[in-house]
Unconditional design. Structure first.
Length: 133
């Protein structure tokens, strides 16, 4: 697993990115940069650059956070049980660097029935080459 120096992370991440990825925080609903993003491209871990989600699995869940029906690369997302806030949820984090991303819920559309509810602050969006033209 990739390890990053805390001082380096504090210097290169915004306060919100650091709070979300390192402190298991959550940005306020409907405030994230990528919630309404409809461009084609890849969503990468803001900490290490691992490819986590693609725009073709993104959908409007009306939850206020970017939501995806599937991961881009099998194995790049890891799950742990989160018992905070008086409820049990499944937390998702980058398997490469352990950065907190958000949670996955069993109420999504499509064959998997999953909704990966992800913080914009934990992501870096890279538009597809076609999108750049």
């Amino acid at each position: 697993m990739a390890k990053f120096d805390d001082k380096d992370l504090r210097e290169r991440l915004t306060d919100m990115q650091y709070q979300v990825t390192q402190g298991h925080g959550t940005e306020r609903a409907f405030t994230g940069e990528y919630n309404d993003n409809k461009r084609d491209g890849k969503y990468l871990c803001v900490v290490c650059g691992a490819h986590l989600f693609d725009s073709d699995s993104k959908y409007d869940s009306r939850s206020g956070w970017p939501s995806f029906t599937d991961v881009a690369v099998e194995g790049n997302i890891a799950e742990t049980i989160d018992n905070s806030l008086g409820m049990q949820r499944t937390e998702v984090h980058c398997s490469n660097c352990d950065a907190h991303q958000g949670h996955v819920f069993p109420d999504g559309p499509g064959p998997s029935g999953l909704r990966y509810c992800i913080n914009s602050a934990s992501l870096d969006f890279k538009p597809s080459e076609d999108e750049d033209k």
